[in-house]
Write a protein that binds this ligand. Structure first.
Ligand SMILES: [Zn+2]
Length: 680
């Protein structure tokens, strides 16, 4: 299942410093609402006062402890950028590139002075397409390494198709090419196909937005072009494999030789397409959604060349609009920020500039971040927790009675070879080949996109670098890398509300311990079962093992199906199942690890709270957050993670929670012992 702990959407929306500046180390009593019984509404009990008193800022679509930590990290990154600018570093150095990229975003006047001229040569090239072969070449030029199925978990690309370069399913010792469906501007298939009134409103606004973009780009007949692009994208959407199915590895492992494309997916001149994409010599690909690739290629043949020209031109306007003019940038915000997500105000320019630098030069910033902000004593303390968590998982696996002996021994081997990275990688990427100019934002973005693509193309067929990370140190997140059998915990996540060196152990185990356990658990969930201890795709479970596991997780899917953030909208317990399993297994193992760390002693009572109470509140408070309605609806439709409230409610399945808070039959969240789900 999806490997990251947090939705990536949340990262772009990081919040204000609403509750960060405080001397509290441990459970925040002031954030609780003790008028609510924990057994009736656990989330309100733990976070009610915080939720009531913390407004969502106008430039945000959500706010949470997670986003508050991200804001604190961003203040540090801002200091790194300022230092880079003040240092007048030599040309070609990382610091100079950081300073110049930031400057190019901040100089709005220079950007507007160039305006659409920056994009003109590229739009002219699209206009010059007259034949199907030229169309295939133009589509091939759009291919980028912009999707990622298992690590950063992003199935979405606006380009017709997407590429992911990663260790091979069938040969994890070498990087291979994964090929994906694409072509949608809106976040997911459901935005085009759903009959709900909400989605219909969004679709109408989208067509108007597309027309506005064409108009700003200097095109005639903007409304007709917008309608044509929408109809093409809607036709593509119908061919797409839905999210829940995308996560099924067995359905994804389809090896196509180069010659299979013409045979399996007629309609697109694949020779021209792959030549333009720089992949003419690639012998084979793993095609993640073969039905969609077949159907999309057929749409290339069945739609007019003019429709496709509008499709390519519109996507250029979308992808580079922010670098072309303030007017295009504002139009994009009005649709994506306000209509789609509910934010009423755009984030300040310096914050957006920072996000750009963080994205484009992530390792350059991360190297400086790790050196300055992750002290060795924090790393050492976390490493002790990791060791205890691994021991707890080991004991749980040992105690399992339903697994066949050979499955169990491979599970233990997998746990034993799991590589847990804490803070930062051993080495960082080089940006030597990326040219950054202080007065050319469009050029910087264009070159960065090609740089990233070439970096990935150059890796194809090379031996897998097991020490490589897929998240930079300054990212508040955590991830499981199934093809590497490894975990990354970037330095930035080791801050409140997840980790606080001054907080009691009980709170840290409840919060960051659960995060660590969550990632370890992905090693053994339904997707982890598809990868063996070497990272190879191999079903190492017996059918009987699998049946037992599937039966027990089905109960968890049903539990989450019952949650409804709005009367007309329930969670999809299967879409979020992998993440819900990880939360449950994570908190269970972390609870074990915390108890073991006490060595038989009783944890100290703090502020009248027992150790058990601190543990569970530490977890629930790390999940505190709220979203605007449209953002939350979008999350429920597309995100494999459940909304925070329901993640916090995972505790219903732990007997220790009932004892700690005296939860009784008749209370809303009470589950009879037989209905509590235990995965491991
Ligand atoms: Zn996860």
């Amino acid at each position: 299942m999806i490997r990251t702990r947090f939705t990536l959407a949340a990262l772009a929306l990081a919040s204000t410093l609403a509750f960060a500046q405080t001397d509290v180390h441990g459970v925040h009593l002031a954030n609780m609402d003790k008028s609510v019984a924990p057994g009736d509404n656990w989330y309100e009990y733990a976070n009610g006062t915080y939720l009531k008193n913390t407004p969502i800022p106008p430039d945000r679509t959500s706010i949470s402890g997670f986003s508050t930590l991200a804001d604190m990290v961003n203040l540090r990154v801002a200091a790194i950028i300022k230092d880079a600018a003040d240092s007048h570093a030599a040309p070609g150095t990382d610091k100079r590139k950081i300073a110049d990229l930031y400057a190019s975003y901040m100089d709005e006047a220079a950007l507007n002075a160039k305006g659409t001229a920056a994009l003109a040569p590229h739009l002219k090239a699209v206009d010059a397409i007259h034949t199907r072969a030229e169309l295939a070449t133009a589509l091939g030029h759009t291919l980028r390494a912009d999707v990622d199925a298992l690590n950063n978990t992003n199935y979405h690309t606006q380009n017709l198709f997407g590429l992911w370069v990663a260790p091979g399913f069938n040969d994890p010792d070498h990087y291979t090419t994964y090929f994906f469906q694409g072509g949608l501007t809106l976040p997911d298939q459901a935005f085009y196909t759903s009959d709900s009134a909400h989605m219909k409103t969004i679709r109408e606004a989208y067509v108007k937005h597309a027309a506005a973009m064409f108009k700003l780009g200097g095109f005639d007949n903007p409304e007709a072009r917008a309608k044509q692009v929408f109809e093409l994208e809607a036709a593509i959407a119908k061919t797409h494999r839905p999210l829940a199915e995308n996560e099924d590895i067995k359905k994804a492992n389809n090896v196509w030789k180069m010659s299979d494309f013409a045979k399996n997916a007629p309609g697109l001149d694949w020779g021209a397409y792959f030549a333009a994409a720089g992949l003419a010599k690639q012998p084979d690909f793993i095609v993640w959604q073969p039905d969609a690739v077949t159907a999309e290629a057929a749409l290339v043949a069945s739609n007019s060349i003019d429709a496709w020209k509008n499709f390519i031109a519109f996507h250029l306007l979308e992808q580079y609009g922010a670098a072309v003019s303030t007017a295009m940038n504002d139009e994009r915000f009005a649709f994506f920020g306000t209509t789609l997500s509910g934010a009423t105000q755009q984030r300040p320019r310096d914050k957006r500039a920072l996000a750009l630098v963080n994205g484009v030069l992530s390792d350059a910033v991360g190297k400086l971040y790790a050196a300055q902000y992750f002290p060795a004593e924090d790393k050492a303390r976390v490493e002790v927790m990791v060791k205890n968590l691994l021991t707890a998982f080991h004991a749980r696996l040992e105690a399992v009675t339903w697994m066949a002996p050979e499955t169990k021994s491979e599970a233990l081997r997998k746990l034993g070879t799991l590589k847990v990275g804490i803070g930062y990688p051993d080495h960082f990427r080089s940006y030597a080949a990326l040219e950054i100019k202080p007065d050319d934002l469009f050029g910087n973005l264009w070159r960065a996109s090609e740089f990233e693509y070439r970096y990935n193309l150059a890796r194809i067929g090379k031996p897998t670098d097991r020490a490589e990370w897929c998240m930079p140190p300054q990212l508040v997140n955590a991830v499981n890398l199934p093809l590497d059998n490894g975990l990354n915990f970037p330095a930035a996540i080791f801050g409140p509300p997840f980790f606080d060196a001054k907080a009691p152990d009980a709170v840290n185990y409840g919060a960051i311990g659960t995060v660590i356990g969550h990632e370890i658990s992905h090693t053994f969930d339904s997707e982890g079962a598809a990868f063996d201890s070497q990272g190879k795709v191999r079903n190492w479970w017996t059918d009987a093992d699998r049946k037992h596991f599937d039966d027990s997780i089905e109960a968890l899917a049903k539990q989450y199906d019952t949650y409804a953030p709005f009367p007309d909208l329930h969670l999809n317990g299967h879409q979020t199942l992998g993440e819900n399993i990880a939360d449950l297994a994570g908190i269970t193992a972390s609870h074990d690890a915390w108890l073991a760390s006490l060595h038989g002693k009783t944890a100290p009572v703090v502020d009248g709270l027992s150790g058990e109470q601190q543990f569970f509140l530490g977890y629930a408070q790390s999940e505190a957050g709220k979203s605007r309605e449209n953002a939350l609806r979008g999350q429920v439709a597309t995100d494999p993670h459940s909304p925070s409230e329901y993640r916090a409610d995972t505790v219903r399945n732990l007997d220790a929670w009932y004892a700690a808070f005296d939860v009784k039959p008749g209370q809303t969240l009470y589950l009879a012992p037989a209905d509590r789900v235990h995965i491991w």
